[in-house]
Design a protein around this ligand. Sequence first.
Ligand code: T46
Length: 137
Amino acid sequence: MKNIELIELISHGDNRGSLIALEKEHNVPFDIKRVYYIYDTKRGVPRGFHAHQDLEQLLICVSGSCKIKVDNGKEQEVYELNTPEQALYIGKMIWREMYDFSQGCVLMVIASQYYDSEEYIRDYDKFIEMVNGGGNS
Ligand code: T46
């Protein structure tokens, strides 16, 4: 799907354990402005249900697992994130829903913009309208 990519991260491991580095241009395809993480999620409680017009993000499940449904207004895909060695890139104008969080799941998100609550598209019908009419799909 356009604006969605599952990126394999290179893990540097030795007999002490593993380490993964995230760097702009190497494995993060945008300027990093913000990092946040979602944790202490509740069983059976989904999150997300919105899209962003300009925001790009990388989602990494650094512990546990969860599922991410992405929707570009025409097609939908579900990704299960269950390893810190993969990052899901979500580009502009993608509706996302996160669910099936395992116990102890920590979902880390690297974002291309500072937080702006006004920038969220929270209405699915409006999202579909924008995708079909706005020229951003
Ligand atoms: C997204 C998915 C993957 C802040 O104050 N700063 C922040 O940077 C963020 C992301 C959130 N917040 C506040 C706003 C709400 O009061 O934290 C609270 C929970 O945020 P929200 O309901 O938007 O969380 P999710 O899990 O539904 O969505 C988040 C991101 O908001 C969103 O951009 O793509 O994770």
